[in-house]
Ligand binder design. Structure first.
Ligand code: SF4
Length: 249
């Protein structure tokens, strides 16, 4: 027993102490800032982006794979800041334009869902479905529950059964083989419920967007309440996004 107490004292408090004020390392690829450039430069940027996230002088954060190639070639036009609170309630917000700013984006990105926050109070449970994901976003989602990020301290939990869930969080581009299971899982969650799309693949198909093995038709029928961009997503982006949606940021 004494040894256990000693070990506990030695390890100390391991969770990120103030998750709302946490700052990412300088080199973390977070919110990208776009600057003006000649049309020719933007054409080159469009051509070099491997996932076609750059189009008509915009950058779609819901499609970006965060490979960093655009910043490497044209650092004066696209510069990734380390700002990680990039979750949004509107898909269009993820299409970033020239002259964007972190402050404006963060102010407008998430509208609190008053119905959900009122009904679900301080306990919010999610069923996670990996719909053909590569396991990167899934691992980050797992990490959200670990001792470091510990989203359970905010009343946010993953549950095994959709019957016990208040919402569905989807990772992966939605392969045809997972489309039916995803739909059935959603239908099994009682009302009121929300859908969260986590990661570029879930939001847009990501690097698999044009793959023939996808079936994203179900997503056209359901409104997502929250989009969490990233490739992969970061636990702090997940937790902050959900807390802000619940009016608890
Ligand atoms: S970082 Fe994103 S926008 Fe830039 S080239 Fe890579 S995928 Fe395209």
């Amino acid at each position: 027993m004494l040894d256990l107490i000693k070990a506990r004292i030695k390890h100390g408090y391991q969770a990120v102490p103030n998750i709302r004020k946490a700052v990412m390392p300088e080199n973390f690829p977070g919110f990208p800032l776009l600057s003006e450039a000649p049309d020719k430069v933007w054409s080159e940027l469009e051509a070099l982006c491997p996932v076609k996230a750059i189009k008509e002088q915009t950058l779609d954060l819901g499609r970006c794979s965060f490979c960093g190639e655009c910043q490497r070639v044209f650092p004066e036009v696209i510069a990734f800041s380390n700002f990680h609170k990039t979750s949004t309630t509107e898909r269009e917000q993820l299409v970033l334009k020239v002259g964007n700013s972190v402050e404006k984006y963060y102010q407008e990105a998430i509208m609190e869902d008053k119905t959900i926050s009122k009904v679900l109070g301080r306990s919010f449970r999610l069923r996670s479905v990996s719909a053909g994901g590569c396991a990167a976003c899934e691992m980050e989602l797992n990490a959200s529950n670990n001792v470091n990020f510990d989203m359970g301290r905010f009343g946010l939990e993953m549950v095994a059964s959709p019957r016990h869930a208040d919402g569905l969080i989807v990772t992966g581009p939605v392969s045809a083989n997972m489309a039916f299971a995803l739909k059935k899982t959603w239908e099994a969650i009682p009302e009121p419920k929300i859908l969260i799309l986590a990661g570029s693949c879930a939001i847009s198909g990501g690097i698999f967007a044009e793959a023939p093995g996808l079936d994203r038709s179900w997503l056209a029928d359901v409104n997502a309440a929250l989009y969490i961009p990233g490739c992969p997503i970061h636990p702090l982006t997940i937790i902050n996004g959900i807390l802000k949606l619940l009016g608890r940021e």
